[in-house]
Design a protein around this ligand. Structure first.
Ligand code: AQP
Length: 321
């Protein structure tokens, strides 16, 4: 089995983009592989500066992942900061990372362009992410399209180290799904917690419905036909619909004579049913937080034993031991 690894930031509640771009892959890949999935609280520190909120978010994300089907019997679920070896590894990697490599990272540039506060943690985020990946000899990293550049940075950093100090790190590969690599948000841009355009997995049904009805659209006249490909409402509907329903919707687009309100209603209905079971499982898990904490503690123990070995290998290679 392959070592599969991915992380999610506890910067808020996971949204449709996180689920269809990444979390769904965690679950699909957990049967045949050795999945390591973590809650990236160290990364979240660049956004969340309130300790209670951060602690709350970590437990909430753990609940969400378990409710969505992540199985702790099959995969290892843990919290990033429980593995101090990763931070040590991060420093070693930082020392060999050219500034230019990080300056080219689009995620950082986009946040700065949008006027979001940037600190050194945000700038060096891809290096901590590289440490996360390399610390577990990860082979496959399931992510959304926005993270592909960061995986390339990780490969670059690992390649440089291997070149300089001899084979130390396993080269990871990104795994991106074709049909949901970039889920659009309520404004048609990439759905993103920091852009305030997200649709939550388990929010209050009425509220989500309202958010869906308010999704931005163009001013196409109702009688006009429209090409479904590339339309964000059609993309959102497609996440939840099987092939027949997708084709029916596409045919309606091409015929014309419909309003976007109809599509929005269809999205609301399809999405409500889709997360029903997980919603129920989440409610049950909320009554059993001790179980969740135990899962995270066991996961940390397992992850730490792997990271300790990789760190020691790295330290020896670099002359720190
Ligand atoms: N819109 C999206 N479509 C597909 N995949 C997405 N992911 C995020 N947004 C989309 C994937 O979800 C995983 C976890 O993301 P994260 O929370 O760790 O980081 P992120 O990419 O930073 O998520 P956000 O919501 O966009 O947060 P902010 O605004 O804080 O940056 C990753 O695999 C990601 O690709």
């Amino acid at each position: 089995p392959k070592r599969v690894l991915s992380g999610i930031q506890p910067t808020g509640r996971p949204h449709w983009g996180n689920y269809f771009g990444a979390i769904r892959q965690y679950i699909d890949l957990q049967d045949a592989n050795d999945g390591f999935y973590f809650i990236a609280d160290l990364h979240a520190l660049t956004t969340i500066r309130n300790p209670d909120e951060l602690r709350d978010n970590v437990i909430n994300v753990a609940l969400d992942l378990l409710a969505l089907g992540l199985d702790p019997e099959k995969a290892t679920l843990f919290v990033q900061s429980d593995i101090p070896e990763v931070s040590e590894l991060c420093w070693i990697l930082l020392s060999g990372t050219p500034m230019g490599l990080l300056q080219r990272c689009v995620a950082y540039k986009e946040k700065v362009d949008k006027g979001l506060p940037a600190d050194a943690g945000l700038f060096t985020y891809p290096v901590l992410q590289a440490a996360d990946i390399l610390a577990y000899d990860s082979e496959l990293v399931p992510v959304g399209a926005d993270q592909v550049q960061h995986i390339e940075v990780c490969r670059d950093i690992a390649g440089r180290f291997n070149h300089q100090f001899g084979d130390t790190f396993v080269m990871p590969k990104a795994n991106v799904l074709d049909d949901s690599a970039k889920v659009p948000g309520t404004d048609g841009e990439k759905m993103s917690k920091s852009y305030d355009n997200t649709l939550p997995l388990f929010g209050e049904v009425k509220k989500i419905r309202k958010q869906i009805m308010r999704i931005t659209t163009d001013s196409r006249p109702m009688e006009d036909a429209k090409e479904p490909e590339g339309d964000h409402l059609y993309q959102l509907f497609s996440l939840f619909a099987d092939q027949t329903r997708r084709e029916d919707m596409a045919a309606m687009y091409r015929r014309g004579g419909f309003g976007y309100g109809e599509v929005k209603k269809a999205i609301a209905e399809a999405s409500e049913g889709y997360f029903d079971e997980a919603r129920q499982r989440r409610a049950d898990l909320e009554q059993n937080l001790d179980f969740v904490r135990e899962v995270l503690a066991k996961g940390a123990e397992r992850a730490r034993s792997v990271a300790a070995e990789v760190l020691s290998r790295t330290q020896k290679a670099a002359g720190l031991k």
